[in-house]
Design a protein around this ligand. Sequence first.
Ligand SMILES: Nc1ncnc2c1ncn2[C@@H]1O[C@H](COP(=O)(O)OP(=O)(O)OP(=O)(O)O)[C@@H](O)[C@H]1O
Ligand SMILES: [Mg+2]
Length: 578
Amino acid sequence: MYIFHSLFLTFHSFGDIFFFFFFFFFIDLFCVSQMSVHMLNKKADSLRSTNVLLTNINASKGMYEIIKTNLGPKGSYKMLVSGAGAIKITKDGNVLLNEMMIQHPTASMLSRICSSIDEMLGDGSSSNLIVATSLIYLSEKYILYEGIHPRIITQGFDTAKSILFDLLESMKIQVNIENNFDYELLFNVCKTCIRTKLPYTLADKLAKELVESIRIIYDPTKQLDLHMVEIMDIKRHMSIDTKLVSGMVLDHGCRHPNMPSKLKNCLILVLNVSLEYEKSEVFSSFVYSNAEDRNKLVQSERKFTDDKVKKIIELKKLIVEKKLKETGKEYSFAIFNQKGIDPISLDLLAKENIMALRRIKRRNLERITLCCGGNPCNNVYDLTEDDLGYAGLVYEININDEKYTFIEEVINPKSCTMFIQAPNDYTIKQIKDAIRDGLRSIKNTIEDKCVISGAGSFEIAAYCKLKEEEKKIKGKQKFSFDIYANSMLNIPKILLENSGLDTHQSLFKVIDQYNANPVEPLGVDLDTGEPIVAHVKGIYDNYSVKKQILSIATAISQQIILVDEIIRAGKSMGGEDK
Ligand SMILES: Nc1ncnc2c1ncn2[C@@H]1O[C@H](COP(=O)(O)OP(=O)(O)OP(=O)(O)O)[C@@H](O)[C@H]1O
Ligand SMILES: [Mg+2]
């Protein structure tokens, strides 16, 4: 006691006394109960056990409430305003989750992980978040009030998930794209996807064009490359004027006033050859001693460039004449060059009625050859007719002082362009996001070789299946099945809620009708609230999206439920420690 007292007297600050007591207190605890010392920086923020679960459940509920109003074709929009004042109106789950400013660590983690499905498959972020957050917040009752251990609940989730995987397999609707490009089905899949993002008339028009664009680039022997559908946008006209150009749109035009701006039956030469005077007297170490030598140099340099241009003109004359004899049709000639073309060369070409575009991006050059045929050439001295591509129409237009060149009426295109036209930036962004989602939904269908009946059909079947299994299963896993079943049911419930219909009446009706005949999946009609056979109405969802939702939502909810401490991590926890 004496030692204790004397030590006490030597302390100068209150903080030291505090530290002393706590030091002995922890040593005591360690010795008596053999418990590990909980060593944390004294300034670290930490939350433990029940509090953590409560915080995580509240964060999940918050995210659930935010995203649920956006789900489905009748969901509402959200307006995102950035710090710089840029405005975006959207109901795309992925855009919302990525662009909302979220501070809560659990909410931020949920949003990042749930939106990862969009990066993989282009759709399903909202449903993913709804299922994941539902699994977390519906566990509250059992863990906090009934005293069930979180581990029991999360183990049950795994069992429920594997039952739903089997159910998903049994509900697959097979499609056969390879032998016959199933236009109708792909249109319906794409339409279901983008009708949730855009007004119906625009969505239907775009869905048709997106399927056509995929038909253009589809090659059964190769993997589908969505980069072959170029997306270009321009601020003019109305959004309904957005169209598919089965060819190419380049965002520049030719640089000579006398060059033709519209060509029909056009032979296309794709080049990677410099047609400009290289200024050797500046860029190389060629030394001349008098004006005569310099003139010789300039002339030979000019001749070098002119010869290349003359070679192209010769080829043009030869092939055009030959084509005229063979087909009786007048052909024209256009050059698309990756390198530069100087004014003198442009002038020579313009005199021959040749359209020439310079400094084309390499990616675009590759796409021009895919669209029009022919080969990209590095040399003009051994050009042949086979190196030339063809487009029925090449024309240049001027929009808002910018030149655009359209290459259309190509014979067997392998690349195309979605040309977005809308009056303002935020509509352009909305359409762009929807086009990306639509293209991904078609790609998923082609790769999955199957689809799933939409309008909540799978979720209703999942609810009924888990409720049935809940009766059979013994022990505490029943709770997990109940949580999982209700989480799945939240999807059709929210779809109905967002449509302003009598949610419970419609849900019970569809569940009863499905239970009476579980062979045929039933979804909800968002106009009437009545049960519908969704695939007959052309409402389809992607199989891979549903599968990923089950995997991701289960994994993230399990992890969050099992968190029992949140610690602000990092080296420095306060001013003194810096
Ligand atoms: N016409 C329709 N009738 C009923 N349900 C529909 C209809 N069209 C789509 N759905 C349903 O809407 C849900 C998809 O909604 P939505 O596209 O808003 O969310 P998501 O795909 O989960 O997320 P994201 O925001 O990333 O697209 C699916 O369950 C789908 O079956
Ligand atoms: Mg969607």
